[in-house]
Design a protein around this ligand. Structure first.
Ligand code: ATP
Ligand code: MG
Length: 328
């Protein structure tokens, strides 16, 4: 039997080429190796204020984009967190077994609440909901970037504590350090990574950017002093980032890309980066439009919800019996 992997797709903004290189491509690789649970954590999204219409739209679009990028809707379980009530139900049971002390040590909470006058309780308890997301499906592994490491550690602690108290109910998940996908940097400040929630849209290439916009953003990308198209993260972060983008979208290695641009000027590099991006994005956007108008997103989400719920309800039932809720 394949091991189970679980990962979420945050609908916190329009997807960027960074999300494609470092996130979506990874899922395409995982889907053969693991039984993959891919869910949209919309309940996590409302820990910070959201416009309801935008949130509804993004949930469907993010699934549509994954499907258009080659993530299979039939091999994987793809579902929306809020459509499976067991997430909130198990979260409550776990909350009653978590301590204020350990929750107060979560660095992401500290960072996200700093300087705010009114802090939603959801922001504080969110790592417990995340624990429920993982434990409901007996996930063996959870791909974990640096920002989520502490939360996966909490999930392990809560699972172990619960099992010790009530019997072996949960699988204790392991973090999976993702194989390194290319890291794409901010076009205007290449010392930062490109991010879908960046303030200035000119700093990121979004997967649904029109051709003209892509060309304009790339031509406006920050380059470095001096000349010569060489990969040098420290002294030429802007040029190195453009080389990374070029290499990723033309399926070349960095040395191959450097060779390709021998003797070229920064302007030549930018033109060709824009060209490979436009070619990739035009094809992707065509597939995305087809996906969004075909009904496949809803079919996928309906099937995913039913598959996920069948698994989640078994785990939840064990947990609620173990603590004495409801009838035996
Ligand atoms: P946010 O600003 O909301 O945190 P984000 O763009 O950082 O958005 P995440 O939702 O945090 O995106 O991450 C989704 C996936 O995309 C993860 O697998 C993450 O590693 C990957 N990813 C995000 N940004 C980049 C980037 N610039 N380069 C490569 N991979 C990235
Ligand atoms: Mg992020």
């Amino acid at each position: 039997m394949k091991k189970r992997l679980l990962t979420g797709l945050q609908p916190s903004g329009e997807l960027t080429i960074g999300n494609y290189c470092g996130g979506i491509k990874q899922v395409v690789n995982y889907q053969d190796e693991y039984e993959t649970f891919l869910f949209v954590p919309d309940m996590h999204s409302i820990t910070v204020p959201q416009d309801p219409e935008t949130l509804h739209r993004r949930v469907r679009e993010i699934v549509g984009m994954y499907l258009a990028c080659g993530v299979s809707g039939t091999k994987n379980h793809i579902y929306i967190q809020s459509e499976i009530p067991e997430h909130a139900n198990l979260s409550w049971i776990l909350e009653c077994n978590a301590y204020m002390g350990e929750m107060s040590r979560m660095t992401q909470f500290k960072a996200k609440s700093e300087g705010k006058k009114e802090i939603g309780c959801g922001l504080f308890t969110y790592p417990i909901l995340m624990t429920a997301d993982i434990l409901l499906y007996n996930a063996d592994v959870v791909p974990t970037g640096a920002d989520q490491k502490q939360h996966v550690e909490l999930a392990r602690n809560l699972a172990q504590r619960f099992n010790k108290k009530y019997g072996e109910i949960f699988v204790v998940p392991e973090p999976l350090i993702p194989k390194l996908g290319a890291k794409i940097r901010d076009l205007l400040d290449p010392t930062k990574k490109m991010s879908k929630s960046a303030e200035n849209p000119k700093a990121s290439i979004f997967l649904n950017d029109p051709e003209k916009v892509v060309r304009k953003k790339i031509m406006g990308a920050v380059t470095d002093s001096g000349e010569g198209v060489v990969y040098d993260e420290e002294n030429k972060p802007g040029v190195s980032n453009l080389l990374t983008i070029y290499a990723s979208f033309s399926n070349k290695t960095i040395p191959e890309a450097e060779k390709h641009f021998e003797g070229a000027r920064y302007g030549d590099l930018k033109k060709e980066v824009a060209e490979v991006l436009v070619e990739f994005l035009t094809g992707l956007q065509d597939r995305f439009a087809q996906v969004m108008s075909s009904g496949i997103v809803d079919e996928t989400l309906d099937r995913g919800r039913d598959e996920a719920r069948a698994i989640a309800s078994v785990t939840y039932d064990k947990a609620r019996r173990a603590v004495g809720l409801g009838r035996v």
